[in-house]
Design a binder for this molecule. Structure first.
Ligand SMILES: [Zn+2]
Length: 164
């Protein structure tokens, strides 16, 4: 991930992770070599399983060279998330984090309201300074996920989509 340029020319020594995985000769102009070093075999394995090597190579050829590393990192992230959660992939993580943000925002609002109330009490001038909805949130901590990763839709349909 860190050094992307050092493998492009030295690929005759050891094949990149992609070519090693696909059991083919790693040519000097291999499109995978700069982004899939041999030290990270799982990175290509994941990406290949989810997106398929031919799709990845097509995508890399469509993207400008300076954007390829970002594209590969994005694919690797997405592939890893999809391996962990075949149904929702990284959307599941985003969803959980969004709920967390909403919950923390509510907590912050409640704490700010508390703060205002105490400040108002101590100064004796805090009448009618905003809604006091403090008690609503403090006891209602239930972290229920919006999705059920391993619910009743546990078929294997989604795992074969990108396998070409
Ligand atoms: Zn290669």
């Amino acid at each position: 991930m860190a050094s992307s340029s050092s493998y492009s020319s030295s690929s005759c020594n050891s094949p990149c992770a992609a070519c090693k995985f696909l059991r083919r000769k790693c040519m000097p102009d291999c499109v995978f070599a700069p982004y899939f070093p041999p030290e990270e075999p799982h990175k290509f394995a994941n990406v290949h399983k989810i997106f398929g090597a031919s799709n990845v190579s097509k995508l890399l050829n469509e993207v400008l060279p300076h954007q390829r590393e970002d594209a590969v990192n994005s694919l690797a992230y997405e592939a890893e998330a999809r391996m962990k959660d075949p149904v929702y992939g990284c959307v599941g993580a985003i969803s959980v984090l969004q709920r967390q943000v909403i919950r923390l925002q509510k907590e912050l609002d409640a704490t700010n309201a508390d703060l205002l109330r105490y400040a108002g009490d101590s100064c004796n001038r805090g009448t009618g300074r905003g809604p006091h909805h403090v008690g609503q949130n403090s006891g209602s901590y239930n972290f229920s996920s919006p999705y059920d990763p391993y619910g009743d839709h546990r078929n294997q349909r989604s795992s074969g989509q990108g396998n070409m």
